[in-house]
Design a protein around this ligand. Structure first.
Ligand code: MEZ
Length: 535
């Protein structure tokens, strides 16, 4: 049910619907996109960033909120635990229980390694679970990994590390097969071929989906596999500091029970950081589509231990977060809604952009429409534009919404909005961390030996912007690969004496740089008892 205040705008959208369906907005030129991004994308707001003064990326810009965490004190001192008496001793320690961590653990287990997952919430409490629209793979006759590469490389502003992106697209078809064999129920045609759709910036239909809860379906399957294999999972326990050995190689982590705050030592021959994203850092005050634990922990752990970040200054704002009602403010409205034909329409009922521009361009375009052009619809949380969902039924036929995006229908239906009949209000929401820890194609960090990274905590796979469906793909491709390589590497590792000396070195660097605040990191969970600006 929409309030009276938006009814005139709603009527304008309805009146223009038939004409808007027929209207084909042109794509922006490269110059238009560059000018738009520079003026309206949040990554270009100079006042939202600061220069790091310590650590491996000293001198580089990152968002204020991330700078505070990267340069904060450890939650512990270097003598807080007895490193000579590990509570756990494993070949491969996986930090994080989402899609990347689970894939890594499954493959490490398959390779015969003694592997353990530690997660601060529960197995599957992760952004993987929240992903909706699908996973890309070039496995149709009119497509190829090379075309997939070109789409993703261009969409990421030609900044992706070529070897990482190449691995992503080349291993994609096999990743879909692996998931299918494990039991993921992808949408299929009556003859058994996979249903595939477009996403923003794709030149071929290569998005494989399970309705609009693709991530939940993938996570369900991976979680079952982890449990069936009886891989140990230590839940409600956070990794709060990496442990190195006397040779500077990763050798485990200090763990903290989230409830009792008791500390434990996990010794490992190799460590995989798979801690996911950072939406709950609420950069620039944005709402987020991310799960409750997305607080950039892996970046902080790696950074303090000497690992380098790549592109930590670039975030993805998903163009269509729910702008109304307040109860779901910032929740993901899958890009698949636009893939199925819904267009973005301003307060006057005008289509103002092509619905499948890449995400950074789409988000900036919506922000411009609301903030500069004054064509946004006022909501209780600011402004939004319409996403004209009834177009989907008109284009695809009655029943398309229920069949293809039932979760969207249910989410808005709970608040009295029938998306088959009424459009919805959307505004960009903090969705994905494009940057992260710098790795080589085998998944190991460029600076710290035996420290691997997979999933959203990696930087460089997608460059400075990611296409839809390439994240569910990267957690599988790089998760599996990290598990395989970490297991193989663990066979040759002899762990030296454990140490937390890097905490002292970091404290000394803080002092030298004049950093005197009391912030501690990793953040672990957001604090919604404070004002939004302090969250
Ligand atoms: O890749 C994503 O971020 C994704 C599939 C999101 C969506 O719009 O559904």
């Amino acid at each position: 049910m929409y309030p009276e205040s938006v009814r005139a705008s709603l009527a304008a959208v309805e009146a223009a619907r038939e004409a808007n369906i027929a209207y084909e907005p042109r794509r922006m030129t490269a110059d238009e996109k560059s000018a738009l991004l520079a003026a309206f994308h949040p990554d270009h707001r100079k006042d939202a960033f600061e220069t790091l003064v310590i650590g491996p990326n000293k001198g580089e810009l990152v968002p204020h909120e991330l700078a505070e965490m990267l340069q904060a004190k450890s939650r512990i001192t270097s003598d807080a635990v007895d490193l000579t008496k590990p509570d756990y001793d494993v070949d491969v320690l996986v930090i994080g229980g989402g899609g990347a961590g689970s894939s890594a653990a499954i493959e490490a287990h398959e390779a015969g390694a003694n592997v353990m997952i530690v997660t601060k919430l529960r197995l599957g409490d992760a952004n993987t679970m929240m992903a909706e629209g699908g996973i890309q793979a070039a496995d149709k006759p009119n497509d190829s990994p090379a075309i997939h590469f070109l789409d993703a490389f261009g969409g990421g502003h030609f900044a992706a590390k070529r070897d990482l992106l190449s691995k992503l697209v080349c291993d994609a078809p096999e990743a879909i097969q692996w998931l299918s064999k494990l039991g993921v129920e992808f949408d299929k045609m009556p003859d058994g071929t996979m249903v595939t759709t477009h996403g923003g910036g794709t030149s071929r239909k290569r998005m494989h989906a399970a309705r609009d809860y693709s991530g939940a379906e993938i996570m369900r399957t991976l979680r079952d596999e982890v449990l069936n294999r009886e891989i140990p999972v230590v839940d409600f326990t956070a990794a709060i500091e990496l442990i190195l050995d006397e040779n500077g190689k990763a050798a485990g982590a200090v763990l903290m029970n989230m409830e009792t705050k008791d500390l434990y030592v996990a010794r490992a021959k190799t460590v995989i950081i798979a801690t996911g994203g950072a939406g709950r850092m609420h950069y620039q005050g944005f709402p987020t589509s991310n799960h409750y634990g997305a607080t950039a922990d892996g970046l902080v752990l790696g950074y303090r231990a000497g690992a380098k970040l790549l592109y930590a200054d670039t975030l993805q704002y998903h163009p269509t977060g729910a702008a109304y009602p307040s109860q779901i403010f910032g929740a993901l409205v899958t890009e698949k809604v636009r893939s199925l034909g819904a267009k973005l329409v301003n307060a006057n009922g005008e289509v103002f952009m092509h619905p499948l521009e890449t995400r950074d361009v789409s988000a900036a375009s919506i922000i411009r429409e609301c903030n500069e052009r004054g064509n946004g619809v006022a909501t209780t949380n600011g402004y939004g534009v319409w996403l004209d969902t009834p177009m989907i039924e008109k284009i695809g036929g009655e029943g398309t919404i229920e069949a293809r995006i039932p979760a969207m229908m249910r989410m808005f239906g709970q608040y009295g909005i029938d998306i088959r009949k009424e459009p919805i209000l959307v505004y960009p929401t903090l969705h994905y961390q494009n940057g992260g820890l710098d790795i080589t194609p085998d998944g190991m960090t460029t600076e710290v030996e035996n420290l691997f990274v997979a999933g959203e905590a990696v930087g460089g796979i997608h460059g400075r912007n990611r296409l839809m469906g390439n994240s569910l793909l990267d957690i599988i491709v790089f998760g599996r690969s990290a598990g395989q390589h970490a297991a193989a590497k663990s066979k040759d590792v002899t762990v030296g004496a454990l140490t937390l000396a890097h905490i002292d070195a970091f404290d000394a660097a803080r002092a030298e740089a004049g950093l005197e605040n009391d912030a501690v990191s990793p953040k672990l969970l957001p604090n919604y008892t404070k004002e939004r600006s302090e969250v």
